[in-house]
Design a protein around this ligand. Structure first.
Ligand SMILES: Nc1ncnc2c1ncn2[C@@H]1O[C@H](COP(=O)(O)OP(=O)(O)OP(=O)(O)O)[C@@H](O)[C@H]1O
Ligand SMILES: [Mg+2]
Length: 258
């Protein structure tokens, strides 16, 4: 974050429940341009749900999300339930927010190149030739340009995740949401994916990263947010959170890793 940067993403007082289970209980955060916010916390604390509510893969029960200065408009229907007011706005917002999933979610019936150019060509209406040229540049950046004609099933997990990151980069989103991007990988493949994410950090990309890779979170984050049972229990700069957390729960959680 620089003094001149402006918010790329603002979340205000987000609540989400599944049936009787309250999963998010009033989460707020602001990511300025270039911020890298790591979201840490035990399994079930709400990390994935938070990311999914931000890009409306799950619909929050209440709260507001702004991408840049654009509010995602919601409307109230029966029993106080809210839904997006405009599906068109949601589609547009989703082009501005990239999401990288734990299990890659590449389209298995498409080659890596087809996976990457699909949205730029069909959603952003880029000329195919231009989209291919850009895809090749991005694949080079993530180190799998030689896999362009392969199908996802023929790539290692680390290569598939790098392809998934390339697919997000092809849309040039303002904010990238990562949901435990390395936790489905064999340990020897984790490093190659983290290296790609580090490259994006050094390019000044704005990112939210739910992760269990504490060393990585400590090294790359501008802010670390510790979630506990759907609340922000503690947040702050990594130096503070990892060396001297105020919350006993946070300290207890981190003790498992260090
Ligand atoms: N679609 C759903 N329906 C019902 N319950 C859900 C749903 N999605 C998540 N939950 C519940 O919400 C809680 C938070 O889940 P979430 O996946 O956000 O946790 P998490 O912090 O990402 O955990 P992990 O570290 O294991 O990925 C869990 O108790 C989970 O079972
Ligand atoms: Mg999760």
């Amino acid at each position: 974050m620089t003094e001149t940067s402006s918010p790329a993403l603002v979340v205000e007082d987000l609540y989400k429940r599944f049936g009787n289970l309250e999963v998010l209980k009033g989460i707020s955060l602001t990511a300025f341009e270039g911020d890298v916010i790591s979201i840490i916390g035990s399994s079930g604390s709400g990390k994935t749900t938070l990311l999914r509510c931000i890009n409306l893969l799950d619909i929050p029960d209440s709260g507001r999300v702004y991408v840049g200065d654009e509010l995602i408009r919601m409307k109230t229907i029966a029993k106080g339930k809210i839904i997006p007011e405009s599906p068109r706005q949601v589609d547009r917002i989703r082009t501005r927010l990239g999401m990288v999933f734990q299990h890659f979610n590449l389209w298995s019936h498409m080659t890596i190149l087809e996976n990457i150019i699909e949205a730029p060509v069909h959603v952003l209406k880029q000329p195919k030739k231009e989209a291919i040229a850009r895809a090749m540049e991005i694949l080079d950046k993530v180190g799998i340009v030689d896999k362009v004609k392969y199908y996802p099933a023929n790539l290692s997990g680390g290569q598939q995740q790098r392809a998934a990151i390339a697919r997000v980069l092809a849309m040039d989103p303002e904010v990238i949401l990562f949901d435990e991007p390395t936790s489905a990988l064999d340990p020897e493949l984790v490093g190659e994916v983290l290296q790609v994410i580090e490259k994006l950090v050094s390019e000044g990309r704005t990112m939210l990263i739910a992760t269990h890779e504490m060393g990585f979170a400590r090294d790359v984050s501008s802010t670390v947010m510790f979630l506990h049972q759907g609340c922000v229990e503690e947040q702050g700069p990594p130096e503070k959170i990892f060396s001297n957390p105020s919350s006993a729960r946070c300290r207890q959680f981190l003790a498992r890793f260090f």
